[in-house]
Design a protein around this ligand. Structure first.
Ligand SMILES: *Cc1c(COP(=O)(O)O)cnc(C)c1O
Length: 488
């Protein structure tokens, strides 16, 4: 039996609110402002509560279950982050307030800049970018500004290894660079011969996702950096997923010139349905002057009795403003809270836990699922979702069937260099019990693929809506499918 919709239980005159008798004289609302055809259900307060609560439960989310979505770092968002972000002193300030009245918030941004710098090994940090891809955009703008400043105008190409995140080539080409691809070698690293072959004085830089989208640490990273530097290019490090490196490796120490962080991945701020995120960018010393403005700085040094006076500073050759005001401040408060809660040793434990959890899953699945590059993985790994003795079964069928076992599917069909890819990232916040249940489901599905393939082909069976046409669902989204048609 399907539950009646809020439109079906609507009853004329039923209401959830009671207005006072008004002493304002009645006024005829002009007809053109009234939408007669707009269907408004007449329901009680509890009907509304149930309607929206029920809707919220149709969605799968990190707060209800395991979410092994590779490259997304869907870790638990600690609730203390939410408590601090809602403190009135942070939540109720206005971006146009005089800086003397928001010194605490500026101090928080200043400290966060420094902490991110210390974690990554970069002396300059901007907190402005609103997402990882936005950080990449800032990064390639900085690369262009650096070359233009040196009057080196012939550098029009950006090298992107084929194991990079998809946003890297997209950012480069959107910013007007010609994208030059480089292959992956048989160990899952950047193929150095192919890299040398494309490096010349028309190269602006290279964008390196490390760990790459195979979940592997780039073993030749220092050599990759040297080859690009020798050709006069800069190296952009995609640090969206810093989970495996926290407290262990500093990208700045590897020779990388620019990197973005995703506060909404590594630093536990929520992804929030596509936003708001935060993608700060760190740079080496010779790029600090180009950073977007404004940056939080110390305007007047403090003393024993007085704290320093913070304000906004504009780097000398700044590429300008790339976001309204100062970025997504609420995300900064959450990340600041997260880093302070863990401290230096705690951050390292996060990395160790993330890598351990991923390798635990990999070791239990690799005899059943094909592994394209058999190495110790970092925070994630990639499997192939197909078997010679289960013809017709694809990664998509496995992903859909996982939903019946109450798990969010992993990223699939990415990276593109692995056939039928299933990209799995457990994160450090999951327990052994949860990981074991996930392994059980994955092994059972592999068995079903051979004994009862229809079960996979028609999955999911237990979700509110069955298998969707995914392209149509994304391109032709219908949000009000529960409204009977005649109510339009
Ligand atoms: C998520 C991700 C990005 C993009 O970050 P957004 O905040 O989604 O724009 C870039 N690179 C890598 C490696 C990522 O995992």
């Amino acid at each position: 039996m399907t539950e009646p919709t809020i439109y079906e239980i609507s009853s004329p005159g039923r209401t959830g609110v009671k207005f006072q008798i008004s002493d304002v004289p009645e006024f005829e609302v002009p007809k053109e402002f009234l939408r007669e055809h707009l269907p408004m259900p007449e329901v009680s307060e509890i009907d509304v509560i149930r309607h929206f609560t029920r809707l919220s439960q149709l969605n799968y989310c990190i707060d209800t279950g395991f979410y092994p979505l590779g490259s997304c770092t869907m870790k638990y968002n600690p609730r203390i982050n939410e408590v601090t972000a809602r403190l009135a002193g942070f939540a109720k300030i206005h971006p146009l307030q005089p800086t003397e009245t928001v010194q605490g918030s500026l101090a928080l941004m200043f400290d966060l800049q420094n902490w991110l710098g210390e974690i990554s090994g970069f002396p300059g940090i901007t907190l402005q970018p609103a997402a990882g891809a936005h950080g990449e955009y800032v990064g390639v703008m900085l690369i262009r500004a650096y070359h233009n400043d040196r009057k080196d105008f012939k550098r029009t190409k950006m090298i992107i290894p084929d194991s990079a995140h998809g946003t890297n080539p997209a950012t480069s080409s959107m910013s007007g660079f010609d994208v030059v691809g480089v292959a992956t070698d048989k160990n899952g690293n950047v193929d150095l011969e192919s890299l040398r072959a494309v490096c010349d004085d028309t190269i602006a830089g290279l964008m390196l996702t490390n760990p790459n989208t195979l979940g592997l640490f780039e073993q030749n990273v220092v050599e990759v950096v040297n080859i690009v530097h020798e050709a006069g290019g800069l190296v952009y490090g995609d640090g969206a997923n810093l989970n495996a490196l926290l407290g262990v490796v500093r990208p700045g120490d590897l020779g990388i010139d620019i990197m973005h962080f995703n506060l909404h991945k590594t630093f536990s701020t929520p992804h929030g349905g596509g936003g708001p995120g935060s993608g700060p960018v760190g740079v080496v010393k010779h790029l600090v002057d180009f950073l977007p403005c404004p940056i939080v700085g110390v305007i007047e040094e403090g003393s024993e009795d007085f704290p320093p006076l913070y304000g906004f500073i504009e780097p000398e050759k700044s590429i300008g403003r790339i976001k309204a005001f100062f970025g997504h401040f609420g995300m900064m408060v959450r990340a600041y809270t997260y880093i302070s809660m863990y401290g230096k040793d705690g951050l390292k434990k996060i990395a160790e836990g993330a890598v351990l959890n991923a390798n635990y899953l990999l070791s239990l699945l690799k005899d059943t699922y094909k592994v394209p590059y058999d190495r110790i993985c970092m925070h994630e790994f990639v499997l192939e979702g197909h078997w010679p003795d289960a013809p017709g079964i694809h990664a998509l069928d496995i992903a859909k069937r996982l939903m019946d076992y109450k798990f969010h599917p992993p990223t699939n069909y990415f990276p593109l260099i692995v056939p039928e890819a299933l990209m799995i990232e457990p994160t450090e916040t999951e327990s052994k019990q949860t990981l074991d249940l996930f392994v059980d489901a994955m092994l059972k599905i592999a068995e079903e693929a051979k004994t009862n393939p229809e079960l996979l082909k028609e999955a999911p069976h237990n979700t509110p809506i069955g298998r969707l046409d995914e392209v149509k669902a994304a391109k032709d989204l219908v949000l009000c499918c529960w409204i009977p048609e005649n109510n339009y």
